[in-house]
Ligand binder design. Structure first.
Ligand SMILES: Cc1cc2nc3c(=O)[nH]c(=O)nc-3n(C[C@H](O)[C@H](O)[C@H](O)COP(=O)(O)O)c2cc1C
Length: 364
């Protein structure tokens, strides 16, 4: 097994076995939706569908990037893709770097499109690869192997900082993104991996040609935590220490979502610690176009298609029930719903200079 395959396996094993969640919440407890005593809506007529980068989804939900590159990953991707297609939700693959380096692993990614011919599928490659000179042909290979509807470029500076021999050169990413964007016609989604995106960075990324964002804020799976366990296992005390110190580094998802929505009108996938239909509904009300969930879906995929499908059904039913209680008949109406920001998130956003009061009187 190659070094990169071993790493992939460790990520899966550590994420399933250890406590890898941030100690800080995603901030959605500060987002308050306004109950409608008279919703004036027939539940059975509620339309939860959306169009994401040209693909129709039954609900604004995607399986965030998880894996690919090993036999185990192939099985997981097959399960995720089968359920994604059946329920018509979107799905991302994990980093495709391994498939560029070891073409024999391509089938662990292409299995996704084979089992999900119609739904939204997103490719995935990292900023470190951009920095190391990822070119148009390699990016196109990632897109072609899964006939991707969009390509996510993940920003994982925290993980690289904690990872043993991590790739810590993040220089000139924006210039490289601009070049890549001029040469690749598939939309490029800039995705964090658990630390969120700020207003300032969203502006820069849009200017460099990004076609959208996946927030992946703080409050869910912490990559500093995952790398902490790996450093501990291989007895690297310095990186272990760093993993512990940076465990809760980042911008909580709720605050980051507002920051990015203030900066840009591009499509946003809200992710990072989303665990329920309520988190999903709050995300859409706050301006996200879709919600993304990673680790809980991995846990269920290991159990099998049925467990995953049941879990997603629970989340979707909760989401639709909240749409009902807010008196909204479709996603457009949900987006126009007012909400009140309290607590830590309110304090953060006020100090950052955003007018949050406008959200509480939206649509009046
Ligand atoms: C086992 C595992 C592997 C992951 N691999 C990738 C990856 O290859 N590329 C990426 O962009 N994000 C990756 N992520 C990050 C997720 O896509 C997501 O941004 C993050 O886990 C936060 O979401 P969650 O709290 O719902 O897990 C991975 C997450 C997990 C749990």
């Amino acid at each position: 097994m190659t070094h990169i395959e071993t790493r992939k396996q460790r990520h899966i094993r550590v994420s399933l076995k250890e406590k890898v969640e941030a100690n800080i919440t995603n901030g959605f407890e500060d987002i308050n939706l306004i109950h409608r005593a008279i919703p004036e809506v027939d539940f059975s007529e509620i339309d939860t569908s959306i169009i994401l980068y040209g693909k129709k989804l039954s609900v604004p939900l995607i399986i965030s990037a998880i894996t690919g590159g090993t036999e185990e990953a192939k099985k997981i991707n097959q399960t995720l893709a089968t359920v994604a297609e059946k329920m018509r939700i979107g799905m991302s693959v994990g980093s495709q770097r391994i498939a560029l380096q070891q073409p024999e692993t391509i089938d662990s990614f292409s299995v996704v499109r084979d089992n999900a011919p119609n739904t939204f599928i997103m490719g995935n490659i990292g900023c470190p690869q951009l920095s190391l000179g990822l070119d148009k042909n390699q990016a196109q290979k990632c897109i072609d192997m899964i006939q991707a509807d969009a390509l996510a470029i993940h920003m994982n500076a925290t993980q690289e900082a904690v990872q043993i021999k991590g790739e810590k050169n993040y220089k000139n990413i924006l210039t490289k993104l601009k070049e890549l964007n001029n040469e690749v016609y598939t939309p490029i989604v800039m995705k964090e991996t658990g630390c969120g995106i700020s207003y300032e960075d969203a502006l820069k990324l849009e200017k460099a040609g990004a076609s959208g964002f996946e927030i992946s804020g703080l409050g869910g799976t912490s990559w500093a935590a995952v790398e902490y366990y790996i450093a501990k296992e291989v007895e690297d005390p310095l990186q272990e220490h760093l993993g512990k110190s940076l465990w809760d580094w980042g911008i909580p998802t709720a605050a980051s979502l507002i920051e990015v929505r203030e900066a840009s009108k591009l499509p946003i996938i809200s992710s990072g610690g989303l665990r329920s239909g309520a988190d999903m509904a709050k995300s859409i009300v706050m301006g996200a176009n879709a919600a993304g969930i990673a680790r809980p879906f991995l846990e269920k995929a290991i159990e099998g298609e049925k467990a995953l499908e049941e879990h997603i059904t629970k989340i979707i039913t909760e989401f639709k029930s909240i749409m009902f209680l807010l008196g909204t008949r479709n996603i457009q109406e949900l987006t126009n719903t007012p909400f009140v920001i309290t607590g830590w998130t309110s304090e953060w956003l006020r100090q950052r200079g955003f007018n949050i009061q406008k959200n509480a009187v939206k649509g009046r």
